[in-house]
Design a protein around this ligand. Structure first.
Ligand code: NAD
Length: 281
């Protein structure tokens, strides 16, 4: 069996086309804002990509740049202004935040109906009970990529390496909803290979280049690489793509896999938020 490369760029562009068509006939355009705190260079690229695409699709966009030394109160003030801004239907505070800021307190301040990242306690709780209002974009993007293979998810062994609140945990909940048997591995997992070798669906969301090698992958499996690692001037994933592609049945490339889907799902969430009445929460 030859490996099928899952073309995230192409799949994302189908979502973008659909969103653009819908926005073009809306009188009140969906509004999105992104708050950046500090000077993380990677965040700068992600924010630009998100807002550029949003503007391209006809969204109203705003951006806020706060100083690295901003206090919790100063950030929450901006969050509150956005909560009240009628032109903004959804906004995100780009992570990571400077270490002196408690991320949970910021997430807790975002109005749930504007939480298009899906990271607030209410959104995460809703997801846990199968009430999928705002699903974290990267996790949702991974699920769409898995579904794009046309393979049945129900009953399959899905192994997620990485247990972060933004990727690993929400994706585990989504795959559980799809009736996969889900295992979450993490930095303290002993004998990682024992789990990954049994995975019909393997998702790597760690941030360690080439952590997943060919010997760790089950033949014919679906491999989704969330990792973004800068090695020299190149961006590579958590999966040793060149060798794993000889074993897997389906695999996402980095770049051009999960990344574009994250943006597509974020904008899909924002479009959804612009149409939801408050009574949904
Ligand atoms: P994180 O640092 O919050 O979590 C990493 C996880 O990996 C942790 O749960 C940790 O326990 C686990 N881990 C660390 N070392 C491990 C090891 N040796 N074996 C097994 N597990 C190990 O990271 P995150 O925010 O979830 O992001 C993960 C990666 O995905 C990063 O490279 C990030 O840049 C990337 N990412 C990509 C997108 C995208 O749109 N493509 C979006 C979000 C994150």
């Amino acid at each position: 069996m030859t490996v099928k490369i899952i073309d995230g760029k192409k799949i994302a562009s189908q979502f973008f086309d659909k969103i653009k068509a819908e926005v073009s006939v809306m009188k009140n355009k969906p509004g999105i804002a992104i708050v950046k705190v500090g000077n993380d260079p990677a965040s700068e690229i992600y924010i630009n990509n998100k807002l550029k695409k949003a503007a391209e699709l006809g969204f109203y966009v705003e951006r806020f740049n706060l100083d690295e030394k901003s206090t919790l109160g100063e950030i929450l003030k901006v969050v509150d202004k956005l909560n009240q801004n009628n032109k903004i239907h959804g906004f995100i505070v780009q992570l990571p935040l400077p270490t002196h800021i408690d991320e949970k307190l910021i997430m807790g301040g975002i109005l749930p109906q504007k939480d298009v990242d899906g990271f607030t306690p209410l959104s995460m709780g809703n997801l846990a009970i199968g009430n999928n209002l705002m699903i974290p974009a990267t996790a949702k993007g991974c699920l769409e990529l898995i579904k794009s293979t046309g393979q049945k998810i129900s009953g399959k062994n899905a192994v997620i390496v990485g247990r972060s609140n933004i990727v690993g945990k929400p994706l585990a909940l989504l795959l559980l909803q799809e009736n996969a048997t889900v295992t979450i591995c993490h930095s303290k997992t002993r004998n990682l290979v024992k789990y990954t070798q049994n995975a019909d669906i393997l998702v790597a969301a760690v941030g360690k280049s080439k952590l997943i090698t060919a010997d760790m992958v089950k033949k014919g499996s679906i491999v989704i690489d969330v990792g973004i690692n800068k090695v020299g001037s190149k961006i590579i994933g958590d999966v040793d793509f060149e060798n794993v592609k000889d074993v897997a049945g389906y695999i996402t490339p980095v770049p051009g896999g999960v990344g574009p889907m994250t943006i597509a799902m974020l904008l899909e969430n924002t479009l959804k938020a612009s149409k939801l009445p408050r009574s949904h929460y």
